[in-house]
Design a protein around this ligand. Structure first.
Ligand SMILES: NC(=O)c1ccc[n+]([C@@H]2O[C@H](COP(=O)([O-])OP(=O)(O)OC[C@H]3O[C@@H](n4cnc5c(N)ncnc54)[C@H](OP(=O)(O)O)[C@@H]3O)[C@@H](O)[C@H]2O)c1
Length: 341
């Protein structure tokens, strides 16, 4: 099997390369692609040195699968070209997620949505991904009427430039130097919390990230009737998004029952012993593929509402791991044949 990794030099792409190796993905050849800036660069991939290729019409043929993480503009142009050339594309950008004929898949939640794909499969937004892993078992056990979520999102969710910006600003503050002007975010991120993740588009009072959380949650769960309200904030954490979710169920569900259904759910680990200061932490979730859920408790203001604290590694399960898991599903379920779109 030939695998293309498009955006291979970025935060998600380099994590995907690592996860392909970790999970012994059955690839005969892996070809990294990035922009002209990185073309020719060598990437150390275990025993192999891979050479970064620029995207070009004559170099995209003969792939079975293409894992994309190079942003929406690149995906808009190149994902259909790879698909037309015979690969199945798993795309991390937001470009194709809400298209009716593109499945939006979390491997543990809605793998059946891969059936009948037409060459493009979308990987959800990282914040949505970790939250739906916790919501699906609750939906199955008691139904869900409404979710009110607030996120505390790490800078690696914006990419490598944001990680560098937090690092430089933190150093400057600690060393009492003049702060470099913010380039990635509209304000200083070090020692700050920004109630803006991505942009306010066309006068909308929600950010694009908040809209993604609301729309994608419904699409993945296949339930347009679930109300979702989102507030997304950026925090000075390198890796690991945290989400506070208030979940209003249709049927009564006690915190104990909720803990039990979540403990049995694939991809979820319950960490919930607050009396001993045990709850999910971003620094614990970083580097792991499971999503941690804790602080499970009754909302004192509503008898059918529960509060949860959900933490996941945005680069791994929030992006790279799920993309590779989707590729594994496509392979084992014989869904990698060339598809005419
Ligand atoms: N970071 C996360 O937690 C996360 C989670 C879910 C989804 N995503 C999505 O994944 C995508 C990548 O995010 P990231 O955080 O990995 O960003 P990043 O660190 O900035 O990496 C971007 C990658 O895209 C490549 N690229 C940029 N312009 C290109 C072009 N014109 N042609 C070919 N390659 C190009 C870059 O190559 P060069 O090195 O040559 O510039 C780099 O490899 C985005 O769509 C993002 O929304 C990210």
């Amino acid at each position: 099997m030939r695998v293309a990794v498009v955006g291979a030099t970025g935060a998600v792409g380099s994590t995907m390369l690592g996860i392909l190796r970790e999970r012994s993905f059955p690839a005969d050849e892996v070809v990294p692609f990035a922009s002209e800036r990185s073309a020719g660069r060598s990437i150390d991939w275990g025993d192999l040195d891979l050479t970064v290729q620029p995207l070009a019409e004559d170099s995209i043929h003969g792939f079975d699968i293409a894992l994309f993480s190079a942003g929406s503009i690149v995906s808009a142009e190149w994902a259909p070209k790879f698909a037309d050339a015979g690969a199945v594309v798993v795309d991390n950008s937001s470009q194709w997620r809400m298209h009716a004929d593109v499945p939006l898949v979390v491997s543990e939640v809605n793998p059946e949505s891969l059936d009948g794909h037409r060459g493009l499969v979308a990987n959800p937004n990282c914040t949505t991904m970790q939250m739906v892993l916790a919501l699906k078992p609750i939906l199955d056990a008691a139904g869900i009427e409404r979710v009110v979520m607030s996120s505390y999102q790490a800078v690696s969710g914006t990419g490598q430039r944001a990680v560098d910006e937090l690092h430089r600003q933190t150093e400057a503050v600690v060393e009492a130097q003049e702060l470099p002007a913010p380039k990635v975010y509209p304000h200083q991120i070090a020692f700050n919390v920004l109630p803006q993740v991505e942009t306010f588009k066309d006068g909308d009072d929600h950010t694009t990230e908040e809209r993604k959380c609301m729309r994608e949650t419904r699409k993945i769960l296949g339930r347009e009737d679930i109300g979702v309200s989102a507030t997304c904030a950026r925090v000075p954490v390198y890796t690991g998004h945290s989400v506070s979710a208030n979940v209003q169920t249709r049927e009564p569900l006690s915190p104990e029952e909720c803990r039990d259904v979540l403990a049995a759910a694939p991809g979820v680990t319950v960490v919930d012993d607050p009396a001993n200061a045990l709850y999910p932490l971003a620094i614990d979730a970083a580097g792991r593929d499971d999503v941690l859920v804790g602080r499970i408790r009754r909302d004192a203001s509503h008898e059918r509402c529960l509060n949860l604290w959900v933490v996941g590694d945005n680069l791994r399960k929030g992006a790279a791991t799920n993309a590779v898991q989707v590729a594994e599903l496509l392979n084992v379920r014989d869904l990698l044949r060339a598809v005419r779109r």
